[in-house]
Ligand binder design. Structure first.
Ligand SMILES: N[C@@H](CCC(=O)N[C@@H](CS)C(=O)NCC(=O)O)C(=O)O
Length: 207
């Protein structure tokens, strides 16, 4: 393992996901800002790190990776003995956490991202007003997903199980407060973690 480098943008949720895990693990790393506004992520030097031209990309010496969730899994595995334990060795706990990590990527992220895109990102990047029909459709889909979360979190402190884990960390970029009591308790808990607060602090250095 060598020098850790995270190439990304501090307003990118996927970049923030990796930053949070780097802080949970207490790892030293270099943050390499990628200027999305000038299309730096579509230029050759960045495409050699991620051929899909999206942030983040990551290097640990010889190891080069992209896809935020793959990077966090790598960090949790390679630095298992550092900082917060994010992957569980016990088979049953691991099985449960894998389910919720997958739920985040497949069921939660798509509608949550579309809602945030329409309401926040689109106006920010000059894309005009939110499309009301899209917002309503995606909010309805997200609401059904969060009903399942509420039932899970009524019986378990975290989605990952009885302690904070990778499945919970993956939600931080889009974990908005919600009216459901257990979901809102959980969201407030994971968003108050020092590692997440530190990840957000990277935004004050944004170009
Ligand atoms: N599944 C990827 C998603 C990466 C992604 O969507 N990155 C966005 C920023 S959050 C990006 O680079 N957008 C610019 C583009 O697609 O051109 C991951 O988790 O790393």
């Amino acid at each position: 393992m060598g020098v850790l480098k995270l190439h990304g943008h501090p307003y990118s949720g996927a970049t923030l996901r990796v930053l949070s895990v780097l802080h949970e693990k207490g790892l030293e790393f270099e943050f390499v800002p990628i200027d999305l506004a000038t299309g730096e992520h579509k230029k050759e030097h960045f495409l050699s790190l991620n051929p899909f031209g999206q942030v983040p990309a990551f290097e640990d010496g010889e190891i080069k990776m992209f896809e935020s969730r793959a990077i966090t899994q790598y960090l949790a595995h390679a630095y298992a003995d550092r900082g917060t334990e994010l992957l569980f060795k016990e088979t049953k706990k691991m099985a449960e956490m894998s389910v919720w990590a997958e739920v985040e990527a497949q069921k939660f992220d798509p509608p949550a991202f579309k809602v945030v895109f329409e309401l926040i990102l689109k106006p920010m990047i000059g894309g005009g007003a939110a499309d009301e029909a899209t917002v309503a459709e995606q909010q309805a889909a997200l609401s059904k997903v969060l009903d399942v979360y509420e039932a899970r979190l009524a019986g378990s402190s975290y989605l990952s199980g009885d302690s904070f884990g990778l499945a919970d960390a993956h939600h931080q970029p889009l974990a908005a407060f919600d009216s459901r009591p257990y979901v809102s308790r959980w969201a407030a808990d994971i968003l108050s973690r020092p590692a997440w607060v530190n990840a957000l602090a990277q935004q004050s250095n944004a170009p």
